[in-house]
Write a protein that binds this ligand. Sequence first.
Ligand code: EPU
Length: 417
Amino acid sequence: MQKLIIQGGLPLHGEISISGAKNAALPLLCAALLTEEPLKISNVPALQDIITMVSLLKQMGVHETEHGNGEMVLSAAALTHPVAPYEMVKTMRAAILVLGPLLARAGEAEISLPGGCAIGLRPVDQHIKGLQAMGAEIAIRHGYIHAVTKKLRGARIVFDIVTVTGTENLMMAATLAEGTTILENAAREPEIIDLANCLNAMGAKIHGAGTDIITIEGVSSLHGAEHTVMPDRIETGTFLVAATATGGEIHLKNTDAQLLDAVLDKLTEAGARIDSATNWIKLRMRTKPKSVNIRTAPYPAFPTDMQAQFMSLNCIADGTAIMTETIFENRLMHVQELKRMNANIEVEGNAAIVTGIAQLDGANVMATDLRASASLVIAGLVAQGETVIDRIYHLDRGYENIEGKLSALGAQIQRIQ
Ligand code: EPU
């Protein structure tokens, strides 16, 4: 198993380019299922989750060609096998995103239920409820969702809870339904706007993406298109936190400050100086960081995917911070690992009370999920001495070449077998 070894204590300095967003690219790849014609997607990040999704699509009959440089063409001329097997879904829950497109295009889908997840229960009841409202017949048998329909029809669906992939799944399904679908209490994440833009370029009629009411007028078919994946706002935020924690100065290219207002506000509150224009962000940190309280909530509020990284920052900040996780029930697993590095953190229910200390100690730690892994990398970068991070396959699911990018910023980080 691979590990990362980090020698801490060096401020990050320099310039790197941000990759395409994992959580935008995954649904965009699934959108290819909605048309017989080729869909060309650019700026696809080189990540394990993308590899898993592409192999899932291929075994359904999708033809894929890569042109290098993050450019990919997917062609779903014939869908031979509308099945997502357990082996794939268990490694990547986003596989549920094929359910809506498969039902809409092929009229049937057999998708393994994702099951439990390290960060929370993560049921898919809202995806199922929505598709049933659109006329799909759905049964759960032997751990699989069996869904069939002659033709989906438009419906008004009010989500009980704000769900990102739930909104994406139903939005994709509704593009080919008969009549108009209205999604209320929809998620407003920028990745949903990116998907809607791509679907509209394919001939869909979607209005309101980015607001909590999305209207989709069904069309009889979609056609091929070209689309560029938006920048990864969580990768962007992760590097910005790392620079703030280490007292560095970095310039991030190919990203967009408007995607992460809540995160930039918190970094400014922590003491960072931030400048940005349309496609770059610069951050400079000259002082010891100040503690910042965090409460995660759906977009545009503070993202759950940045909570763990900010916890590492708070570990070495001046003061005490209360960090409340409201999206997932079990997303504080990094606390135990950070405590192995001497962090002062108390957990009460879904909140962590973090009191900053002068310095973290390098230690052997274990990654437990994707964003928890990122928090350990940041902790390793600021710690005194050596940190060894195990189980970094979590990191490879969502950060493209993280050690390469950090090395380019002057970090001492190395991957070992
Ligand atoms: N939920 C339900 N029922 C549903 C769907 C969701 O109860 O049918 C609950 C979940 O259990 C959770 C809350 O609703 O408590 C929000 O979950 P959501 O469905 O929004 O999460 P997701 O769509 O499964 C996406 C991202 C996650 C990110 C969350 C929240 C993708 C592929 N994944 O997950 O990204 O944390 O939204 O913003 O877009 C990551 O990148 O590290 C990651 C976990």
